[in-house]
Design a protein around this ligand. Structure first.
Ligand code: CA
Ligand code: CA
Ligand code: CA
Length: 463
């Protein structure tokens, strides 16, 4: 339930009530809504590139062959271009596309790099996704429709078969241990290991080497100047030294301007571990602590009191910072895994929190349809998340269309009331299942009440 208060008396009463309970939280003023597309799993705009020149890399998923999901599925940049009107109609303002950089042309322990995080040529577009012309068309067409495009840049690692590994002049482009061997990360409290060890066994770039950091900067410059994209989502930030990010982010801003948006993926659930990155030059960090809190509360049925306590504590550590908020993404199970009865309503309530709380909401592709996911460990005994990367529904059912309409109601609310993105946040009431809070600007005050014991469709009304 969302109540727009135009009555000064009511507002004063409400503010009087909450001033006793807590302080207001500073919030970002961005009104963006971001949609994340895993290119390969989205729309196939050009069936001619599906195999990308390697026939065995493409194996379509037909609903009963989950192993196919370790292969390319045919989605490409042309498919994103074809979908821009439909995406715009969702009420999103910004699209983050998964990495388009040319990936290795081989599989990696049985997995094809359809996700884009195994780059082998940082200056080329992968054959499965299209060409640099497709990329330019995507950015230009999106801009003409008032949409921004954010590129996903993986700079921590390369493909396992990157030619630099055989180049004797590039030996110090990678991290090795004292014996000159690559090593795994075994202690996730050892920052040195986290930055120098191999992530998923992939060669780890030595960003402290000036040749490597210059290369990364020049790659970034190339894509910015070639395409005019609007920002980067920077991958695996915690696996790269902060000193690199401070310099890199400063240089990118100097090159592309202060409006060029830099999103940092610091995948830590603890606010204290994210805090050191707040001063590293990113405009937004992903709200991973918030993601866990949302899941524990709205998926697993945790108490609103705990959610509130978590939110207050996190705000004290990270207060005044700007975050991109999420209920799930490609690295975790989809939010609706394990929800059971009334699954969509529970997911809708979590989305309602996302669209009425501070930060930039980030929506994983297909969420608007209530796209299903699976618990991969239960399903296959594998700690992998590929089952949460199913192909985008091309012929959505009546139920999925209905979910999409409800989703659009939320983005409309977000755009209709500036207080939802730019307003102060102030908690008003909490118990085990009910959470009430204000979002307010001088000219607009909103009271939002969520009840996760009895989720209902959000209805705005005026008093
Ligand atoms: Ca294709
Ligand atoms: Ca390739
Ligand atoms: Ca690293």
């Amino acid at each position: 339930m969302l109540i727009r208060t135009t009555s000064a008396l009511l507002l004063l009463f409400l503010l009087g009530w909450v001033i006793i309970s807590c302080n207001a939280v500073e919030t970002s003023t961005s009104s963006e809504v971001m949609y994340f597309i895993l290119i390969d799993r989205f729309v196939d705009g050009d069936p001619g590139n599906n195999a990308g020149g390697v026939a065995e890399s493409y194996l379509p998923y037909a609903g009963h062959n989950p192993e196919a999901l370790k292969h390319y599925q045919g989605g490409d940049l042309a498919g994103v271009v074809q979908s821009l009107d439909s995406l715009k109609a969702l009420g999103i303002s910004m699209i983050w596309i998964s990495p388009f950089l040319d990936n290795s042309n081989t599989d990696y322990v049985g997995w094809w790099p359809y996700h884009g995080y195994h780059p082998i040529d940082f200056y080329a577009v992968d054959e499965h996704f299209g060409t640099i012309e497709d990329l330019k068309i995507l950015v230009n067409t999106a801009h003409n429709k008032g949409l921004k495009i954010i590129f996903d840049m993986p700079f921590n690692q390369t493909a396992a078969d990157h030619p630099w590994l055989l180049d004797s002049t590039k030996k110090d482009w990678f991290h090795y241990d004292d014996q000159g061997q690559p090593f795994d990360i075994t202690d996730w409290f050892d920052q040195n290991q986290i930055e120098r060890g191999e992530l998923h066994g992939l060669p780890d770039l030595a960003q402290e080497n000036a040749e490597v950091s210059d290369y990364i900067y020049n790659v970034s410059k190339y894509w910015i100047e070639e395409t005019g994209c609007d920002g980067f989502r920077l991958d695996a930030v915690k696996h790269i030294p902060r000193a690199f990010w401070e310099k890199y982010n400063n240089k990118i801003k100097a090159l592309a301007g202060s409006d060029f948006m830099l999103f940092g993926e610091v995948f830590w659930g603890e606010a204290e571990r994210i805090k050191p990155y707040l001063d590293s030059g990113f405009d937004f960090l992903f709200d991973i602590p918030g993601y866990y809190a949302i899941r524990n509360t709205f998926n697993k049925g945790g108490a609103i009191k705990d959610f509130s306590a978590f939110y207050q504590t996190t705000s004290e550590v990270l207060g005044g910072s700007s975050f991109a908020t999420l209920i799930d993404n490609h690295d975790v199970a989809r939010f609706n895994v394990g929800l059971g009865e009334n699954g969509w309503q529970k997911q809708y309530l979590a989305l309602s929190w996302l669209f009425t709380s501070p930060g930039i909401p980030v929506i994983y592709y297909g969420t608007e349809y209530g796209m299903p996911g699976f618990d991969p460990i239960a399903a296959h005994g594998e700690p992998q998340d590929y089952l949460n990367r199913l192909p985008y529904p091309l012929n959505p059912s009546d139920m999925e269309q209905s979910h999409r309409r409800q989703f659009i109601d939320l983005t409309r609310l977000r755009h209709q009331f500036a207080a939802l993105s730019a307003g102060q946040f102030r908690e008003v009431y909490k118990d085990w299942s009910v959470y009430a809070y204000l979002r307010y600007l001088p000219h607009e005050q909103l009271l939002i009440i969520l009840n996760h014991y009895c989720p209902v469709k959000i209805k705005p009304f005026e008093v």
